[in-house]
Design a protein around this ligand. Sequence first.
Ligand code: ARG
Length: 665
Amino acid sequence: MHIPHLLSERFADAISRSPFADQVSDIPRFAGMIRIAGNPKFGDYQANFAMPISKMIGDTNPREVAQQVVDLVELDDVCDPPEVAGPGFINLKLKDQFITEKLVAMLDDDRCLVPKTDQPKKILIDYSSPNVAKPMHVGHIRTTVIGHCLAQTLSFLGHDVVTDNHLGDWGTQFGMIIYGYKHFGDAETVAADPVPELAKLYRLVHQLMSYHKAVSSIPKLQTQIEDLGVQQADARQEAENAEGKEAKKKRKLADSIAKKIAACRENLKKAETTISEINADSEMKQLAAEHAEIATAVLEETSKLHAGDAENKRLWEQFLPYCKDEINRVYRRLNVTFDHTLGESFYHDMLRDTVDGLVERGLAKESDGAICVFLDQFEAPMIIQKRDGAFLYATTDLATLKYREAEFSPDEILYVVDARQGEHFDKLFAVAELTKLTSAKLVHVSFGTVLGEDGKPIKTRSGTLIGLESLLDDAVDAAFQVVCDPDRLVSLDPPMDDEEKRRVSETIGIGAIKYADLSHHRTSDYQFKLSKMVALSGNTATYAQYNYARTPSILQRNGVTESEVHKRVAESGFEFTHPAERDLALTMLRFEEALMSVYDDYAPNHLVDYVYGVAESFAKFNVQCHVLRAETPEIQTTRLGLVMLTGRILEKGLGLLGINVVERM
Ligand code: ARG
C-alpha cells in the first residue's frame, strides 16, 4: 500500500486529461510531487505540482491550474474533496472508509500490504567483509548491520538479493600472525586455545610494528612541522604586506597551514605516546629492539604466502578456520548470515589474468615499474600491480567484479564499506566503466564513524579498538539492568525466571546496538552511548520492543486470541471514534513508503523512523483509548484490531532491521 503512488497515478490521469496536458512534458514526475502534509489540520497529504506546472506552461495562476486538475481528478473512493490552498497546494484528506478498508485487508495479509515488486532486480550486497586474523571491533558493526538490514528489506520488497562476505583473509594481517607464530608462538598453546592465542600474537606484532612506525615517523614529522612553520611565517608576513582581497587570501593560507601544523603535532604526540608505552615495559622494549625490521619481515611473510610457500600456506590453512570460527560466533549472536563468503583468497589465482587482460587491451600500462590504469578524472592512477610484483586490494576488487558479473549477472552491486574507502571505490567504479567490466549499477553504500563518548573514534584506554564481542556483552549487561528493574517486573505474571531474563536481555541488548546504529543516517558519525541505547523511552529499540510486547499482553488482558479478533473485525469492521485511532491506522498504512525510501538511498534510518513513528502513535493511542473499558463492543473491536496490527507491523519492521521482539518485558 503506497498511498502517494496511488494519489499520483490518479493525478497523472487528471493532468493528462487537462486542457494544458500537451504542454506538460513529464506528467508522471509532476504527478509524483506528493508529500505528507506538514500540518495535519489541512489533511494527510499534499500535492505540490501546480506551481511548477504553471511555470512550465507559462500560466501565472497556479491556483487555477490546481483547481482545473482538482475538477478532473477521480479520488472519491480515496479522499474527501481535495482543497486548493495558498499559492496552489492541493490538500488531501483520506476518507476514514478508505483507511478502514485497507486495515481489514491488512489483517488478511501477512506482508502488511507491501506487495512484491513487479520489476525484481538481482542485487548483490557486499557487506561485513572484515579482515580476519584480528578480532572484530566496533568498526565492523556498521557494515554488518546496515548490510544485513538492506539485504532483508530489499529481499522483502521482492528483489533477488545475493549477499557476499568479502573476507579479508589474504592480506598483511596473515603475514602478521605468521610472523608472530614463528617468533613468539608455540604449537601447543595455539592448538589448545587458538582464537585468543592468535589474537594475542596479532596484537603483539601490531604493537611492535606501531612502535617502529612511530619511531621512524618522528623525525619526518619534526621536519614537516619546521617546514610548515616557515611557510606559515611567510604567509603571515605576506598577509601583513598585502591589502584587501590578497591579504585575506594570505591569512586564509596561514590558517590552513596552522591546521596542518596542529595535525602534525597531534600525530607527533600519538607517536611519542606509543613509544613511551613500549619503553615503559622493559620486556616489550627488549622485543622491539630485537625486531627492528619487523615491518619488512611481515611483508615478506605475506609475499611468501602469496607465492605459495609451503610452510606459510600450511599455517594459513591451519589458522583460517579458527579466524572464521571467531567471526561466526559474532554473526550467530547478531543473527546475521550470508549466501556466500568468498574471501580475497578465493580470487588470488585470478589476479594475474586480471592484470594481463587489462594490459593486453591497452587499458593498463607500466609506469615506474608498477602497472597502472590511468583515469582522466583522477590525478593518481589506480595501481594494480606493484613494482615488486605484488597485487593490491584494488586488483582483487577488479577480479571480484569480473567473477560476480560472470557468476551472478547482477543489476546492482552494493558495497557497504566505510566512507574512508571512498576514493578506492570511485576509482574502482571508474575503471569498471572504462574497461566495461560489468553493466551493473555500482554503489558505494558508505558510512561514517562510531565515536566514543568523548566524540573521538571509539577506543579503549590503551588505544586499541574495542572488541565487538565485549561491546555486545556490555550492551546485554545494560539491558539486563533494564529488564530486571523491580518496578516493571512486579507486573509480570508469572514472574520472569532467570532463563527468561537472560534471553530477553540478549534480545534487547543486541537490538539496542543495531537500532542505534541504523537510526542515524549512514553517512553521519554517531556517538556510542549504551545507557541511551537501552533506554525505555525515546527512539530506541527497547522502546519499540516494549511497545510490541504490550500488544500480546493487551489481547491477553481482554481475553481474546488473534483469531478471535480477526473474526470480530471480519464481522463488524473498523470504525474510528477517536483521532488517536485514525493516526495509528494511517501510520501503519505507510509501511511500504518507508521501505521504498530505504531502497531510494540505501538508508535504513528511514525504516527506523517509521518503526519509531508506529511505536509512538501506539503509545499515544494506548494512553487515550481504552480497550478493556471501551464504550461499545464495536469500538472495542476496532481497538483490538489496531493493537493486533500494530504488533504485526512492529515485529515485521524490527525484523527487517535485524531485531527480534520478545513477548513480554
Ligand atoms: N576487508 C575490507 C576492510 O576491512 C573491506 C572489504 C569491502 N569489500 C570490498 N569488495 N572491497 O577494509
